[in-house]
Ligand binder design. Structure first.
Ligand SMILES: *Cc1c(COP(=O)(O)O)cnc(C)c1O
Length: 333
C-alpha cells in the first residue's frame, strides 16, 4: 500500500472515530454532517500533530538523533505534542516559541499548552513575532550540537513531506471508514495553518483517485498565499509518495473569510461556533484553529455553498488545550 515503505512509530490511537453531528445539523440546517475525531488521537490530549509525528519521530530515530527542536507560537499544540512524543521515545525536546500573538495575559503565557510543555520536560526559548523561526531553530541546533547533542529539527507544525504522510494516512483511513458505514463523503472541512494537514489529505485523496474535496479554512494567511503553500507541499508530498503529478491546482482550496484580525486572535464567529458545538454536541473546539474552521463551515452552510444532499465531514484537528490560555473570551464575569 501507499505508506508501507516509510519508517513510522506508533503515537496515535487510530482509526479515530467518525461520528454524526445530528444536533449541530438540527441547529443550523443543511447537509448531513459528520465529525472525524482527530482531537482523540490520544497523544497528550490529542490533535492532528500526532499523525505527523509518527513519521517525523521515526525519521529522527533512524538518523540517530536524540533531541527534537521545533518552533511554534507560544500556545502551540504542535510544540506540546512534540514534547510529549519526545518523552515517549526518550528524546529531549527544545521549543523555539514565537511571540506571534501580542497583548496576551498570564493565562496565554503560562497556562494551557505552555504548562504542558513544561510538564513533558521540554526546554524553550522565545523569539519576537515575525522572526525567521527556521533560522532560529538552525541556530539552536548549532548550539546544542556544540554541546554534544544530535538535534533533529522539525519545521513549524511538522509540515514537510515526511510529516504530511500522517494525513495521507488519515485520508486512507477516512475512505475506509466511510465505505464501511456506507456513507458517500463528498467534502472534508478543516482548519489550515502550516499546511501539512491539508497537503497530506489532498495528496492522499489524489493518489487514491478519491473525489472527496478538501475545504481548508485558513487561520493565518490570505487565500492566494495559503493555497500556494498547500499546493507546493501537496506536490512535494505526492513526489515523496512516488505519485508525482497526481495533485492538481484545483484540488487546493482555502477559505480566508475567518482569519479575523490575525493568527491566534479571536473572532466573534469563532466564539459563537465554539459555544454552539459545545452546547449542541458536548465537543470542545479551540480558539485558534478548529473554532475558526467550524465558523467557516457554518457560514458556508448558511450561504448554501454546499449541496443539501452532501455528506460533509468536519475534521476536528484538536487544540482545546489552548482554551485555558483564552479564559477571558469564554468566562463572562
Ligand atoms: C496545527 C493545527 C492545525 C493546522 O494544521 P496544519 O497542518 O498546520 O495546517 C489545525 N488545528 C489544530 C488544533 C492545530 O494544532
Amino acid at each position: 500500500m501507499l505508506l508501507q515503505s516509510f519508517p513510522r512509530v506508533s503515537l496515535s490511537h487510530a482509526p479515530t472515530p467518525l461520528e454524526p453531528l445530528d444536533r449541530l445539523r438540527a441547529a443550523i440546517g443543511g447537509p448531513r454532517l459528520w465529525i472525524k475525531r482527530d482531537d482523540c488521537t490520544g497523544l497528550a490530549q490529542g490533535g492532528n500533530k500526532a499523525r505527523k509525528l509518527e513519521f517525523l519521530v521515526a525519521d529522527a530515530l533512524a538518523k540517530g538523533c536524540d533531541l527534537l527542536i521545533t518552533p511554534g507560537a507560544v500556545q502551540s499544540n504542535h510544540v506540546r505534542m512534540t514534547a510529549a512524543a519526545a518523552a515517549r521515545f526518550g528524546l529531549k525536546c527544545h521549543a523555539v516559541l514565537e511571540r506571534r500573538v501580542q497583548e496576551t495575559d498570564t493565562d496565554y503565557e503560562e497556562n494551557g499548552n505552555v504548562l504542558l510543555d513544561e510538564l513533558f520536560g521540554s526546554t524553550r526559548s522565545y523569539v519576537p513575532g515575525g522572526s525567521d523561526v527556521a533560522a532560529a531553530c538552525a541556530a539552536a541546533a548549532e548550539d546544542f550540537r556544540a554541546k554534544g547533542a544530535k538535534p533533529y529539527v522539525i519545521p513549524g507544525g511538522g509540515s514537510n513531506p515526511i510529516g504530511a504522510l500522517g494525513y495521507v494516512a488519515c485520508a486512507m483511513e477516512l475512505m475506509a471508514q466511510a465505505s464501511q458505514i456506507g456513507v458517500n463523503v463528498t467534502r472534508l472541512v478543516h482548519g489550515t495553518g502550516s499546511s501539512g494537514t491539508q497537503a497530506g489529505l489532498v495528496a492522499g485523496f489524489a493518489a487514491m483517485r478519491s473525489p472527496i474535496a478538501v475545504y481548508g479554512v485558513s487561520v493565518r494567511q490570505p487565500r492566494q498565499k495559503q493555497e500556494e503553500i498547500v499546493f507546493d507541499l501537496a506536490c512535494r508530498t505526492a513526489d515523496h509518495l512516488g505519485h508525482s503529478g497526481v495533485v492538481k491546482r484545483e484540488h487546493v482550496f482555502a477559505d480566508d473569510g475567518h482569519v479575523g484580525p490575525g493568527y491566534g486572535l479571536p473572532t466573534q464567529g469563532m466564539v459563537d461556533a465554539l459555544t454552539l458545538v459545545a452546547r449542541t454536541e458536548g465537543i470542545l473546539l479551540d480558539p485558534v484553529y478548529s473554532g475558526k474552521a467550524m465558523a467557516g463551515m457554518i457560514a458556508a452552510i448558511r450561504k448554501g455553498t454546499f449541496g443539501d444532499g452532501e455528506d460533509i465531514v468536519f475534521l476536528h484537528t484538536g487544540g482545546s488545550t489552548a482554551l485555558f490560555g483564552y479564559k477571558h473570551l469564554f468566562l463572562k464575569a
